[in-house]
Write a protein of this length. Sequence first.
Length: 206
Amino acid sequence: MQYLVIGAGPAGLQLGYLLGRAGRDYQILEAGPAPGTFFRTFPRHRRMISINKAHTGWDDAEQQIALSDGGAGLEEFFRKNFPLATVILDFWHAKEHLVELAKAVFGEGSDEGQVWLDERCHQLKHSGGAAVLAELEALDVSSRSDAVREAQRRETNYFRNHQHKMDYPRYLANGWQIGSGPVESACKTVVNFRLCGIEQQISVAK
């Protein structure tokens, strides 16, 4: 055995999963009657996070943030269930729309398109969505194909509809996350752990 993990709480279970995925020989020791003693000791954390706001001290938080990819209905969900939260659109999802517009206007793999994209992404991060929207609205594609004009119309509307969630300079100045990647990665890890039956490698201490 290479590793001995003390405690089958959330951290211990996740560490066990990562060790198993890395091919390491390990064992998890738990003093409680079964894995997850943490959740029995602190029952407020038993529920799924999506319905847990009333049980985790949400109302006591100094700052409430709702960070998402801007999918249909999510903002309405946040406004209803987390009315005090600052709603933030994931920066990388916003960038994807700029990527698609750059491909349509300048051609895929174009050096000019890459320069334009880099400038818009820098502007988005340091000046916010409203500044980028102004650039998209000023982009003259009147003499281009129907496909290019449609791409410009579609992506301009996207920024117009979501610019109020793109105040990235303020978010960064406050030290807030502007990307949902870390949370999405953690969720995937938890799901994989639950599907991989890691509990089979846990010993209850006698």
